[in-house]
Design a protein around this ligand. Structure first.
Ligand SMILES: [Zn+2]
Length: 503
């Protein structure tokens, strides 16, 4: 026997013996152990077969949602919502969902095939946007009633297993990569074998990689399965959603009528739900001044001699890319030097990263510096956007009470407006053109991407604050260019304020 053959044969026997040893001892790979733990979790919930037979679910109870990045002051991340009645029906077969919120049962419908809509405070019916539809799809896929069916399915990858303590109780923690790429840490209680928590990180505009955790408790029998009656979700360590169900049922009759998209919205919902761009309709308000009207979120761009100023970066990167395309068509290739923000809220800053990727400096009130810097510098590894890919160092310029940008021909003025809606708020004015840009202070619904139910102007405290500060500063606007809704005459705000004073 030659030397090399001897080594080969020895190697073979070593592997064979190890394999036999492993079989004999019942020791498993981490993936096998992970599968066992998830199978046990499925058994604790009634068995994988019973879970897989859940075609629809209806839940009724209380829900509290708080919005990340929408706090009134920048020191608070959340606009805290109230715990209020909530009902939901999810049909996993389409998939589609009906939600009824509050005691007035305000509807939201999401239908993967037909698109969706939501009722905005009884003022308008709006189609769900592509990112909202995607959000629903993600939630249907990870609904706790169906979670294990996907986690143990062929398209998921079990990555491994570890253990942890949760409130003094030992947990097996299975790491599973779901179809679509999200990795979940699944906490399974060592004694009850029920899922207690899911940890995961996913992309959320404008925060990028967002660390989330969802806890489950109060498991009760629902037909032949066991489901949690309480779910609590935390984002970046803040509680953003609490759901406490009083009743859950599966595979019942669905409220077909309420699951339909209303007649006047069908085409829009279908069109918008899975669109790969957000329509922007530019109109020239004055020489070199453009209103970028879009789906419920607008902005404005202004041409200077050597550069362009963009007022507000709302929505998301999809909208920003479309606005930039229109900027290039309307005013050409001058650099976008400044991106001005009215306030820090996520819906109005969701698109700013795309302008910074183009080289724009963000101009904001000093109060917002930290929040804006966070938006511009947080990691975006899961879904790298244009700023993440550009590798640019974001630039921020802060403003106190007033600020002016001028090249002698074109002038923009900024003015701090203290108000209850958002701290560090700036009104933005073009004195020559007599145009005032504002967001969230005073608005009237009316854009073409929705069905308007009520277009009476409302006068919240912030609208009065805007009127007073602008008037006191000696600004004399003719037109309001709004971040939401349609262009309005300044006179409408003035008249509405006067009418409220004479009441
Ligand atoms: Zn706001």
């Amino acid at each position: 026997m030659k030397h090399s053959e001897f080594r080969y044969q020895n190697g073979f026997w070593l592997i064979a013996v190890l394999f036999a040893f492993q079989l004999g001892c019942g020791s498993q790979t981490p993936q096998q152990q992970a599968r066992d733990v998830l199978n046990e979790a499925a058994d604790a919930m009634g068995g994988l077969e019973a879970l897989d037979s859940i075609q629809n679910i209806s839940r009724e109870g209380q829900s509290q949602r708080s919005s990340l990045g929408q706090g009134h002051v920048t020191t608070e991340r959340l606009l805290v919502g109230r715990l209020s009645p909530f009902k939901q029906w999810i049909d996993f077969t389409v998939p589609r969902e009906l939600g009824l919120s509050g005691s007035r049962e305000i509807p939201t419908v999401a239908d993967w095939e037909k698109g969706g809509y939501r009722d905005v405070f009884g003022m308008a019916l709006r189609p769900l946007e592509p990112h909202q539809m995607e959000g629903y799809k993600t939630e249907w896929d990870r609904d706790i009633a169906r979670f294990l069916v996907h986690a143990l399915g062929d398209e998921a990858t079990l990555q491994g297993i570890s253990e942890a303590q949760l409130e003094g109780r030992l947990q097996d923690v299975v790491s599973v990569e779901y179809p679509g790429g999200t990795v979940y840490q699944v906490y399974v209680d060592r004694e009850t074998r029920l899922i207690t928590r899911l940890d995961f990180t996913e992309d959320r505009n404008p925060f990028g990689d967002l660390k989330r955790e969802r806890s489950f408790s109060d498991y009760r029998d629902v037909g032949n399965v066991k489901l949690p009656f309480k779910e609590t979700t935390q984002d970046m360590g803040e509680i953003t959603q609490v759901r406490e169900w009083s009743s859950i049922s599966i595979n019942g009759e669905l409220p077909e009528e309420k699951l339909q998209i209303p007649e006047g919205l069908k085409e829009l919902s279908q069109e918008i739900g899975h669109a790969d761009t957000i329509e922007v309709l530019p109109s020239e308000l004055a020489d070199g001044v453009y209103f970028g009207e879009s789906m419920h979120m607008n902005n404005m761009w202004v041409e200077f001699e050597d550069f362009i100023v963009v007022v507000e970066g709302p929505g998301n990167e999809m909208q920003t890319l479309e606005v930039i395309r229109h900027i290039r068509e309307t005013v050409g290739d001058k650099p976008i030097r400044y991106l001005l923000t009215t306030h820090h809220h996520a819906d109005h800053t969701g698109g700013i990263r795309g302008y910074v990727a183009e080289g724009a400096t963000v101009v904001t009130h000093a109060n917002n510096e930290e929040v804006i810097r966070e938006i511009l510098t947080r990691p975006h590894t899961l879904k790298p956007d244009s700023l993440a890919l550009s590798g640019r160092e974001p630039q921020i310029e802060v403003v106190g009470d007033t600020h002016t940008i001028t090249d002698g021909t074109m002038t923009i003025e900024l003015l701090h407006v203290p108000n209850p809606h958002a701290s560090g708020y700036l009104a933005i004015y073009l004195p020559k053109e007599r145009l005032l840009f504002e967001s969230d202070m005073f608005q009237v619904q009316g854009d073409r991407w929705q069905v308007v139910l009520d277009d009476t102007p409302r006068l919240p405290e912030e609208a009065k604050a805007l009127y007073e500060v602008v008037t006191k500063a000696g600004w004399r606007p003719l037109q309001i260019v709004p971040g939401h809704g349609i262009l309005l005459p300044w006179k409408l705000l003035a008249d509405t304020v006067k009418a409220s004073e004479s009441d």
